[in-house]
Write a protein that binds this ligand. Structure first.
Ligand SMILES: C[S@@+](CC[C@H](N)C(=O)[O-])C[C@H]1O[C@@H](n2cnc3c(N)ncnc32)[C@H](O)[C@@H]1O
Length: 253
């Protein structure tokens, strides 16, 4: 059991939605587009958190069929108040649904927390219908130029991450677990370092280390992430990577 992750998100559930990216319209637009929604479809979100993606999916397509939000954190799921969204407190490594039950599965910013990611992706393939769609959204490095420093920064900011996924690593994971990649896309979302620091309580050491890593970032990293100073704050662009995948003929059941 990933007790550290459950505790982490339980403790942050009440303030989680304050993060700018959670409802960022540019990020959400691609996520929804990649889901290819249609009326009556059954949709599952794994690592659904407070349900922002499913809320946006229902706003885009109110005639959706069953919507299920699955997460290991009960307190994150408790933030979901829309009665059209069924919550399911469960580990994404073993999905409590029948084969081929869902038309679409979405996972935004959660794959990196899942211990056995290959097992999880095989489970997603199992519960997807033969023509079903998997839409993934993750922050990643922009390219090989910022990859090494990005991994150092992310490790300092999110020590509970199990995986540091790049676009290429995500594609390789999907392919070896029975998916074909249909399309990919990357977009930028701006983040305030001060807002991130102010969102939750963090140790003085973690704050100092994250600030140092931003201050001492290589010039190419700062350029790619568009570092700019504004009113004593540092604004940074993050790279959002989206992947739309389907089950491969060999992988589908
Ligand atoms: C960063 S939040 C993302 C929430 C939501 N997808 C969104 O985009 O707003 C990551 C979520 O993944 C959940 N999570 C982490 N590991 C999980 C696992 N093994 N099974 C199910 N949920 C998990 C966490 O509890 C947390 O709510």
């Amino acid at each position: 059991m990933n007790l550290d992750i459950i505790q982490h998100f339980d403790e942050r559930a009440d303030s989680y939605d304050r993060a700018e990216w959670v409802r960022d319209p540019a990020v959400m637009a691609v996520m929804i587009d990649f889901l290819g929604l249609a009326p009556k479809q059954r949709i599952l979100e794994i690592g659904a958190g407070t349900g922002a993606v499913l809320a946006a999916a229902l706003a885009a397509c109110p005639e959706l069929g069953e919507c299920v939000a699955l997460d290991v954190s009960r307190r994150m799921l408790a933030r979901i108040r829309d009665p059209r969204i069924r919550t399911c407190c469960h580990n994404a490594e073993k999905l409590p649904f029948g084969d081929g039950y869902f038309d679409a599965v979405v996972c935004r910013q959660a794959l990196h927390y899942i211990d056995d990611l290959d097992q999880c992706l095989r489970e997603v393939g199992r519960v997807l219908s033969p023509a079903g769609v998997l839409a993934v959204g993750q922050t990643t490095p922009f390219s090989h130029v910022d990859e090494a420093w990005w991994k150092i920064v992310v490790k300092a900011r999110q020590p509970l991450r199990r995986h540091m996924l790049t676009l290429h690593e995500l594609i390789a994971r999907l392919m070896r677990n029975g998916f074909v990649v249909v399309r990919t896309s990357q977009t930028r979302a701006t983040e305030s370092l001060q807002a991130w620091l102010g969102r939750y309580e963090r140790s003085a050491e973690q704050v100092a280390e994250v600030c140092r890593l931003h201050r001492e970032a290589p010039a190419a990293y700062k350029e790619l992430h568009c570092f700019r100073e504004a009113d004593g704050d540092t604004l940074i662009d993050n790279c959002w990577t989206f992947i739309q995948a389907r089950k491969s003929a060999a992988g589908s059941r």
